[in-house]
Design a protein around this ligand. Sequence first.
Ligand code: SAH
Length: 328
Amino acid sequence: MSHALIHPEYGYYSTRDPFGTTGDFTTAPEISQMFGEMLAAWLIDLWQQMDKTPLDIIEFGPGRGTLMADILRIACKVDDFTKTVKIHLIESSPLLREKQKLTLKKHTETINITWHEGLPQSKTPAILIGNEFLDALPIEQLMRDSKGWQKRVIINGPKGFEFAWQAAPKDLLSYLPQKTTSNSIYEIAPDRIKFINQCAEHLIANNGAALFIDYGHKKSHHGETLQAVKNHKYVNSIKDIGNADLTAHVDFDALIRTVCSRNVSRETLVTQRQFLLNLGIEHRAAALSKQKDVTKDLMRLIAPDQMGELFKVMCFHAGSGLKPAGFV
Ligand code: SAH
């Protein structure tokens, strides 16, 4: 999965800009400016709760840079923001980095923006954000049959790549939920757990908060969600590797179990619908509708049968009594 997505020469993200109606898929920031504006309000509120401390805002997988551009359009109007805050973008694709530089060109004159391969070493309080980043981190599929736990692998067969099963290495079994049933596929994501642990460590050392928005489930359960998407359609995940987006639903339960084992506080997981409504997106939509019709965009973001319920918002934080907005 990680080769398919981020291999420097052949990886899906390294070789194209996949977003928008003419691309392969659309994300919330690409649907409407309202998404980034709500996140801007969320961020500013938190930064004010932190007494406007010098702050690193770190975004993972910024895509075209649209979310950060919408955040900065609002946040840069707030007193002291540009003087006190530094922006860090974590992006593996050189092509998308260039795109982000273009999108954010205007802001680079007023605020410090730098690009990195991974979480930067810093001793400054931080707010970490990621929209549709976790779903791009690789998963493993496991299944228990009469021979014990098996791991799904890809082999190069006579007709090209095919799936097969092999005995699972023991160290993967600790990622499974406590109760499992035989002959069902379980998806685990050691790389996501490692990533969330790194984020928790960064916050424990420096204070701050993390906010991750993605599609996935509230409770760990079995079932296959690995999917490949091209031109807004599902395609075979092992044909044409590197030319289709490859993702899997995020098991938020597993990530929350990780967070709970660390010395950080966490908010109850909410749906994107709840989060955006709690932050007042309907009021923003009403204001914008005086200039243009935003009803359809609003519905795409919050309607239960569109992104509203499938997408979840996860937040954890460390430091003195932060109360992030948008949660119940
Ligand atoms: N947040 C954006 C884009 C989501 S797509 C949006 O909502 O529109 C996933 C993004 O994560 C892309 O920018 C991709 O290049 C980047 N990405 C995927 N895997 C990565 C990794 N391991 N390290 C850094 N960036 C990664």
